[in-house]
Design a protein around this ligand. Structure first.
Ligand code: HDE
Length: 727
């Protein structure tokens, strides 16, 4: 049974978890008129506008310790950004089990379904700097810190289940290749450049991960709509000391959805904080993002019958071979109070584990176990980062580590060593191990020390092919387009050629399609002749895995449009009898409707009443929405029809495969698609996801239903005419 101490208190309300209570004790009081301003020493200031000078127009005096303190503090406000995953957004929440996992693990926080464990989660991109855009093509980090009664447990994962390289030795090379090139520091937050593809093409072990990185998983619609994966194989160990291998998954309640590539690039300019804002706003609105924790449990004895090496981080375990058991939920219900104090200073580490969870020999994981503490030393300035509020455990901790930069704790007594007889215990204090403490799982070793890759890691293509064959037609097209885009940016033709030669070992059609966009012909034999290439191909019992398709992870909540954003275009003369019932139905389905007009001022309805407007059309382009609704009304339609921005808005949404609905005369905005209010079923069949309603109250419920169904499909990638739209 789990201990119910500080961390294990039952079901705290949002904001009152043991971690939140602890954070409260560090909350700084704001200056008020009553407190005035003081120096850091508490000296009250009389003037915060003028430095001390020798005469009103004279030089500033060195004596001005108040100015010096203020400027000095300012000069040192920045800390080094994370060397990878620099840009991120975080939130607090809790984790709760559906059922006890005692059969598999003794971890206290995985025993009791009544218990809520506080968590802090940070999502991130990998390659970009702190100030880069959110919607770039990249892997996303998904790091979860559980504040458990036995210490902090960090599950530091990504939104893709595999990784580029197999051994930690290659990680710095990978990152040097993908980061901006060292001579001119370009491009920012992008893998579409020579050094990345030079490295990737010379390292066939990257192939499986490249397939994921070129898919729509790399341009998620929202942090709230992506899966998370622990990537490595870990161990769960129960109270009896029995271990199983485990793969960790996070399954989002809102389903898994991506953006269109063109859209992602445009959002990067329009709202570089798109994902950060989306997470923040959802939590502020009380629409708490939720994921289920999934486990794939693999018997240690059966692991070598899978057909691939479970220690190889470029391999996943297909869900069809080992089903994912959903065992609990993660809910994010509180935004941080201060970005720097919490999101920037949080320090994750895959080596922060608790009894009942253990590592495997995955050589990438093993390297990570070294890296994460080390990196905090330069990022957070010393070895005491565990004392920073966001990093503190909620259970007590005791040891004889002492001193160092930024030590907060004041240790008492004269004995800072063990064993001792002079410490506070008053008697001899000696730690000789014992069953209460963490015990490493006793995996057998005893093999010779060797610097070599296991031959069981040699198959670099069969899982890349599994991923490719599992995708639907639209997803495949997006992958081909992504490879063409990225390789099209590469200046060295031999790098492009090497890459398409490698792709020919995934699938001939894929390679041909990518190559044809680049004016090349793939040559699988050339790839096979290169150093570092292995001809090995494992045998998987399946050829496709439905679980690898994004579309097979639909939303699981009761509201089909939960948290979706719909733009509603109006202008003076808007017809509201038909509009209001559609808006109401959308809201009941969970959507957020924002009204956009040519100006940021209320518009007049047909009947002469005022209708509120949220934004001017030009400040919120369609890329920031999931769907568009154009209101009816003769005058309104005329006004919108006369605006290039309104046409662009609708056409762009159409091109990005979003649901579009027009009411009554609003159909004028479909002119460029060759549609009007009289369009019949045959004409509409060529425009999936476009709904034309007659306007007026009578047929509004029918129109609303069709529009809701269209939005619930997320995107209509099957629009045959979308490519021809110039938006
Ligand atoms: Fe990381 N990684 N990583 N990584 N990683 C860091 O730690 C590293 C890897 C991941 O929101 C750094 O505190 C090495 C895989 C996330 O704060 C650093 C290797 C996975 C985050 C580091 C890997 C990850 C990091 C940089 C290969 C998915 C952000 C700042 C041996 C399972 C956590 C920091 C946050 C951050 C090293 C590979 C996930 C330098 C050496 C595989 C989500 O320590």
């Amino acid at each position: 049974m789990a201990r119910k101490d500080a961390a294990g208190a039952k079901a705290p309300r949002a904001g009152t978890s043991p971690k939140q209570q602890q954070m409260q004790t560090f909350a700084a009081a704001e200056a008020t008129a009553a407190t005035g301003l003081t120096t850091n020493q508490g000296l009250r200031l009389s003037d915060n506008h003028n430095s001390l000078k020798a005469g009103v127009r004279g030089p500033t005096l060195l004596e001005d310790f108040i100015l010096r303190e203020k400027i000095t503090h300012f000069d040192h406000e920045r800390i080094p950004e994370r060397v990878v995953h620099a840009r991120g957004a975080g939130a607090h929440g809790y984790f709760q089990l559906y059922r006890s996992l005692a059969t598999y693990t003794r971890a206290a926080f995985l025993q009791d379904p009544e218990q809520r464990t506080p968590v802090f989660v940070r999502f991130s991109t990998v390659a970009g700097s702190r100030g880069s855009a959110d919607t770039v093509r990249d892997v996303r980090g998904f790091a979860v810190k559980f504040y458990t009664s036995e210490g902090n447990y960090d599950l530091v994962g990504n939104n893709m289940p595999v990784f580029f390289v197999q051994d930690a030795m290659k990680f710095p090379d990978l990152i040097h290749a993908v980061k901006p090139e060292p001579h001119h520091e370009m491009p920012q937050a992008a893998s579409a450049h020579d050094t990345f593809w030079d490295f990737a093409s010379l390292m066939p072990e990257t192939t499986h991960m490249l397939m994921w990185a070129m898919s729509d998983r790399a341009i998620p619609r929202s942090y709230r709509m992506m899966e998370g994966f622990g990537v490595h194989t870990f161990r769960l160990v129960n109270a009896g000391g029995d271990a199983v291998f485990v793969k960790f998954h996070w399954k989002p309640k809102l389903g898994v959805h991506g953006l269109a590539w063109d859209e992602a690039q445009k959002i990067a300019g329009t709202d570089p904080d798109f994902h950060r804002r989306d997470l923040w706003e959802a939590i502020e609105r009380g629409e708490f993002p939720e994921w289920e924790l999934g486990l794939q449990i693999i018997d240690e004895g059966k692991a070598d019958q899978l057909g691939f090496d479970i220690l190889d981080p470029t391999k996943l375990v297909p869900e069809e071979m080992v089903p994912v058991q959903r065992v609990g939920k993660l809910v994010l219900d509180r935004n941080p109070d201060n970005f720097f104090a919490e999101t920037e200073q949080v320090a994750f580490h895959p080596g922060h584990i608790v009894p009942g969870i253990d590592f495997s020999n995955d050589p990438l994981l093993q390297g990570r176990l070294f890296s994460y503490t080390d990196t905090q030393l330069s990022r957070l300035g010393g070895p005491n980062f565990h004392e920073i509020p966001i990093n503190r455990g909620v259970c007590p901790f005791h040891n004889f580590q002492r001193d160092g930069m930024h030590r907060m704790a004041v240790h008492r007594g004269r004995a800072a060593y063990e064993p001792n007889t002079l410490g506070q215990a008053g008697t001899e204090f000696r730690v000789d191990g014992g069953p209460q403490g963490f015990q490493e799982f006793q995996a057998a070793t005893g093999t010779p020390r060797i610097r070599q890759r296991s031959p069981s890691f040699d198959d670099h293509f069969s899982q890349a092919a599994l991923f490719w064959h599992s995708q639907g037609p639209a997803e495949k097209e997006h992958i081909v387009a992504a490879f063409r885009f990225e390789l099209g940016k590469v200046e060295h033709p031999e790098v492009r050629q090497r890459m398409v030669d490698n792709l020919a070992h995934v699938d001939a059609m894929l390679a041909r399609k990518v190559a044809s966009g680049l004016g090349l012909t793939p040559d699988p034999r050339a790839a096979a002749g290169r150093a570092g290439f292995r001809e090995v191909r494992g045998k998987l019992p399946i050829e496709e895995s439905a679980a690898l398709r994004m579309a097979s992870q639909p939303p699981s909540g009761s509201h089909p449009l939960a948290t979706r954003k719909v733009a509603v275009l109006v202008a003076d003369g808007v017809e509201v009898q038909g509009l209001r019932p559609v808006l109401q139905a959308l809201q009941e389905a969970g959507a957020h409707c924002l009204v956009l007009a040519p100006q940021l001022s209320p518009v007049a309805t047909e009947g002469g009443r005022q209708f509120a407007v949220d934004h001017a059309l030009t400040t919120m382009p369609s890329v920031l929405f999931d769907a568009v609704l154009v209101a009816g009304g003769e005058r309104a339609a005329q006004a919108l029809d006369g605006l290039g921005a309104a046409h662009h808005f609708v056409l762009q949404a159409y091109k990005h495969a979003k649901a579009v609905c027009v009411l009554g005369q609003g159909a004028a905005l479909l002119r460029w698609l060759g549609l009007d209010a009289r369009a019949d079923a045959q004409a509409l069949a060529r425009h999936p996801g476009v709904v034309i309603g007659p306007g007026g109250a009578e047929r509004a419920p029918e129109t609303a239903k069709a529009f809701i169904d269209a939005i619930a499909r997320h995107r209509h990638w099957d629009r045959p005419l979308a490519d021809g739209v110039p938006a």
